[in-house]
Design a protein around this ligand. Structure first.
Ligand code: NAD
Ligand code: GLY
Length: 364
């Protein structure tokens, strides 16, 4: 297989640069794994849903490159993105006497990717890992950019590290087995890129939303590639989120509060982000950054994608309390990613009274 520019997006980070391979059939092709660091041991970290579907194909493609290929099957779900489950990866690595060159493969959605990446960042102070994202959300967002983490009861993704993968292999064919609710969740993160970075892409999404919901291969391929290109540009400019990268959290301040407030796993991450974008657009409008038509457009797109547009009735005070734990908060002041016309975003605080108004208007 010769990869062309059509299949590849590069994350340009000097000596930590890596390629995202995007296309159908990549998981089972040996060439997808050419040029990875050499290692005696490879460890596939997956879960009890994805493992039975795809681990054998990955094992076969990895073939004789490794002396041993181990597999760790974690329980499935956001509620398991925690210390005890993370520890099971370390138990397996140490139990098999894996050395510091061991290569981890994260085979699954964002939960597996985030946990495997964090394990790779910590094991023997850092081993390399490959992202093999199997959800739409993971292919367009979580597998790219090196953010790894687990949740804490007090806040989402609060314990983690920046640790870039050495490759991302995004096989579009695996999306055929994904439940429709997970497709919608992935669409939330795709939609996100429009208002924050690319007005033309938002137009395209609006025009092709039905095709995306129906998983038409050409539409999905374009959306995954364009999303990755936008994320690649942002990550290359600000890997550690000292500024620009925060725009990728559009909808996440409200969304993380929904996830933590309801208990992890009640709403999907993408559902919370979708609804969070509606709230953030509403706040942008009330601050005078966009007009009502623009906020209504975001709401309509999120709704057409099959995502919730009203938040759960946690109460405005509880939302504010949860949002004060957001990683962007500084000295207890909540920072929101807000949008401006033309595909631009700003990060700034907003008066609590105005945020409460938005919460009352958009929840319950
Ligand atoms: P997920 O990992 O829980 O996967 C969703 C569900 O789909 C799971 O039940 C999974 O087992 C199943 N699944 C996965 N692939 C499948 C397939 N091909 N066929 C059938 N079922 C399949 O959820 P997600 O939406 O992929 O990821 C959400 C997580 O990603 C959250 O924890 C979020 O915080 C994190 N995230 C991280 C970043 C980052 O930059 N690191 C960015 C966005 C989201
Ligand atoms: N998903 C947000 C980020 O990668 O920065």
């Amino acid at each position: 297989m010769t990869l062309t520019a059509a299949d590849k997006v590069t994350i340009a980070l000097a000596d930590r640069s890596y390629d995202l391979l995007i296309g159908p059939g990549l998981l089972g092709r040996a060439e997808s794994y050419d040029g990875l660091p050499t290692a005696a041991d490879a460890v596939i970290v997956t879960n009890t849903t994805v493992g039975p579907l795809y681990a054998k194909t990955l094992r076969q493609a990895l073939g004789a490159r490794y002396r041993r290929i181990h597999q760790v099957d974690l329980p499935d779900g956001e509620s398991h993105k925690d210390w005890p489950t993370l520890n099971r990866i370390f138990d397996a690595l140490l139990g098999a006497a894996c050395d510091r060159k061991t290569l981890l493969f994260a085979l699954g959605g964002g939960v597996i990717g985030d946990m495997t990446g964090f394990a790779a960042a910590c094991y023997m102070r850092g081993v390399p890992f490959v992202q093999v994202p199997t959800t739409l959300l993971a292919q367009v967002d979580s597998s790219v950019g090196g953010k790894t983490a687990i949740n804490h009861p007090l806040g989402k993704n609060m314990i983690g590290a920046f640790h870039q993968p050495v490759r991302v292999v995004a096989d579009l064919d695996v999306l055929t087995t994904l439940p429709q609710r997970e497709i919608a969740a992935g669409l939330a993160e795709i939609i996100k890129y429009g208002p924050i970075a690319d007005a033309t892409f938002l137009d395209w999404i609006e025009q092709h939303l039905d095709a995306l919901v129906a998983r038409e291969p050409a539409a999905i391929a374009h959306a995954v590639k364009r999303s990755c290109e936008i994320k690649a540009r942002v990550v290359a400019a600000d890997e550690r989120e000292s500024g620009l990268r925060a725009i990728l959290n559009f909808g996440h301040t409200f969304g993380h509060a929904i996830e933590a407030g309801l208990g992890y796993g009640e709403w999907l991450h993408g559902e919370a982000v979708g609804c969070g974008m509606v709230m953030a657009a509403e706040l942008s409008q009330r601050l005078g950054l966009i007009d009502t038509a623009c906020a209504a457009r975001i709401r309509a797109i999120v709704q057409r994608a099959g995502l919730p547009v009203r938040g759960p009735a946690l109460g405005a005070d509880r939302y504010l309390e949860l949002m004060r734990h957001d990683k962007k908060a500084e000295a207890g002041e909540i920072k929101f990613v807000l949008i401006e016309p033309g595909g631009r975003a700003v990060v700034r605080a907003a008066p609590d009274a105005l945020v409460s108004e938005v919460l009352r208007a958009c929840t319950g």
